[in-house]
Write a protein that binds this ligand. Sequence first.
Ligand code: RFL
Ligand code: PHB
Length: 392
Amino acid sequence: MRTQVAIVGAGPAGLLLGQLLHRAGVDTVILERRSAQHVLGRIRAGVLEQGTGELLDEAGVGRRLHREGLVHEGIELCFGGVRHRIDLRGLTGGRCVTVYGQTELTRDLMDARRAAGAPIVYEAADVGIHGYEGPRPSVRWVEQGRAREIRCDYIAGCDGSHGVCRASLPASALGVHEKLYPFGWLGLLSETPPVSPELIYANHERGFALCSMRSHTRSRYYLQCALDERLQDWPDERFWGELRLRLDAEAARALVTGPSIEKSIAALRSLVVEPMRFGSLFLAGDAAHTVPPTGAKGLNLAAGDVRYLAHALIERYHSGSERALDAYSERCLRRVWKAVRFSWWMTGLLHRFPETGSFGQRVRQAELDYLVGSRAASAALAENYVGLPYED
Ligand code: RFL
Ligand code: PHB
């Protein structure tokens, strides 16, 4: 078997890359370790930057996003028991974000790939990448007990933070920059109307809380929790009670509770590996970097990498030029580091860090106060939240 680009991983990065390349006449094969159902069952991101929406339009998969996605022109910061609105649209010259679940986006991309008849192998076991340093790259895997191999020109490592592509690289070739945070997020999804029309990011002495949503009837809430917290210790009533305590009085009163559909705990970390290219292997999305979810950047960064990679591969196949492929890693990393910085800053601003004591908490309060009182500081938050521009 042979293809032009072998894509490892069918999360949003792999599927979107496949779709952009397919529309430009570049052949791809996608290999995914899990089943399609498993991939669709993961509840993750919810906020798309405008630039991500534009890329989905370019990929021809933006129709349902525009029909069903909720355009948000602002977010709210809650501290000291009071909510303050950040006017995203007003502060960024008209830019907004759209609330549209990663699950929905993944479904749209899966449907598009099926409609295109482009190959995708689910439940591909023991995926291994070979020869990417030399002239004959290939990917091998096991499919229903049979060993398979595909030769290709390029390999796209879109296999997330626990994938095989990054793990296959020699440690000496990689620069790894990591920061772990001393807490996690406990998330709950429920079939209840959102507490407020816009997202609420709350800083409270009991810890951070976030009120998000998936639709007018489905809510997504998060609580900062200890790293050793166990799900079984968090029955729904305890979650709702704790959330109420961390919100302002009006939101606490308005909160509609109901049975959870999903509950999970995620540790928070920042990680970047450099470079993002090794010979004919290109890393994209969570395979190359992880950000804490506070700034809603993970999925959007994955889309940003894919945008640069797809355009570079299309240029290579259409004009023979490798210029954009050669610039890929540096170009991505410039944008990635800015989002890493923003996510780290938002995390520091809004969470409770017990080890920094009362001094740290008072400095955070002063910064929040400054932020909502200064147009310049609010604008800096807003322009990062809606997404920084691309280089081309
Ligand atoms: P994914 O989605 O992890 O997909 C990688 C795919 O590769 C497969 N795979 C393999 N396939 C073959 N062989 C192997 N050896 C393989 N190993 C792995 C996996 O099964 C999977 O299908 O990475 P991708 O495509 O780079 O997408 C990244 C995003 O999923 C991620 O950044 C976001 O979900 C992060 N994130 C958020 N991002 C946002 O932009 N906005 C948000 O509001 C937001 N909220 C969040 C989040 C992540 C969260 N968690 C769970 C950490 C909220 C949370 C709670
Ligand atoms: C979500 O809806 O899951 C979500 C929204 C905003 C974030 C993180 C997660 O910053």
